[in-house]
Design a protein around this ligand. Structure first.
Ligand SMILES: Nc1ncnc2c1ncn2[C@@H]1O[C@H](COP(=O)(O)OP(=O)(O)OP(=O)(O)O)[C@@H](O)[C@H]1O
Length: 270
């Protein structure tokens, strides 16, 4: 079942990534919260339809960096961003960027499953209805496909109109991922998506993340280095707001280039 545990070498190389394979291009990104500088001059190119993990000790800036990719930080008063984040060649921090559109293009899932207190079906069609889609057959088909994509269809097809809150934690997290992908985003941001789940649900979500890369670019923040090693093609190690090392996952965990990376992955700090 989990044959992906044998680290598969990614098909693409970060060193000579063709422009059409870049999902996110981060250029000189610096972010401050008031007087606190959370990110220092980050430069990285995230490959399309691959899984990239962000790892590092608590407070190193992982969630802040992830939140830059759908401008979640805009919601924090006193937050100031310099540099650029380019998606499809366009700087998402440009003043003309429509943030609502960006957030359908770049979906986000948080640590704790957060279904809305409504039925499974209504959770899924919520965003589509906001987009003005009302046709029942279109909605039904989208619901079915999203649930198939997150391997939840068989479990819930007979109870679509039950409250989403009756699902288990792992099922709720898969539902929330389905709620993001039903809007057909290009990029999925997962902020510690399994840290509130039991080991079996964690493995189910990890397998799902692995399958999602067929259609989506996935970024995952994780505290769990085994998880990063298991699921991701590329890994970025951050420390005190600096991007210390960013390479293919195999290399980062077996032949880190930087001493700080080695100290972190061997458990000497963090
Ligand atoms: N809303 C905020 N206001 C002020 N400072 C913040 C805010 N959010 C984060 N920070 C600061 O930015 C830095 C990076 O925080 P961030 O949450 O990104 O780290 P992290 O690596 O995700 O940590 P953890 O693994 O503990 O979740 C920290 O110094 C944190 O205190």
């Amino acid at each position: 079942m989990f044959d992906y545990f044998d680290l598969v070498k990614p098909q693409v190389s970060l060193d000579n990534l063709p422009a059409d394979q870049v999902a996110i291009d981060v250029v000189g990104l610096t972010l401050t919260f008031g007087q606190t500088r959370a990110l220092h001059n980050i430069n990285m190119r995230v490959p399309k339809c691959q899984i990239t993990s962000l790892i590092g000790p608590s407070g190193c800036g992982k969630s802040t960096l992830l939140g830059c990719f759908n401008r979640l930080n805009d919601l924090t008063p006193g937050c100031h961003v310099e540099g650029e984040v380019l998606i499809n060649g366009k700087n998402i921090y440009h003043r003309r960027q429509d943030v609502a559109v960006l957030r359908t293009q770049v979906g986000m899932v948080f640590q704790r499953p957060n279904p809305f207190p409504m039925s499974i079906y209504d959770n899924l069609v919520y965003g589509l209805k906001i987009q003005g889609i009302r046709d029942r057959r279109t909605l039904d088909n989208a619901v079915e496909q999203a649930l198939i994509d997150v391997a939840l269809w068989k479990e819930v097809r007979d109870r679509l109109f039950d409250s989403a809150l009756t699902l288990s934690g792992g099922q709720q997290q898969r539902l929330v991922i389905a709620r993001a992908i039903i809007l057909q985003p290009e990029i999925l941001l997962l902020d510690e998506p399994t840290s509130a789940l039991d080991p079996i649900s964690t493995l189910t979500i990890e397998e799902l993340i692995y399958q999602l890369k067929e259609k989506y670019t996935v970024l995952v923040v994780t505290h769990n280095m085994q998880q990063a090693a298991r699921v991701s093609d590329f890994t970025a190690f951050l420390h005190e707001g600096h991007l210390i090392e960013y390479s293919d996952t195999n290399q980062l965990f077996t032949r880190p280039r930087q001493q700080q990376t080695e100290e972190y992955i061997t458990g000497r700090y963090g």
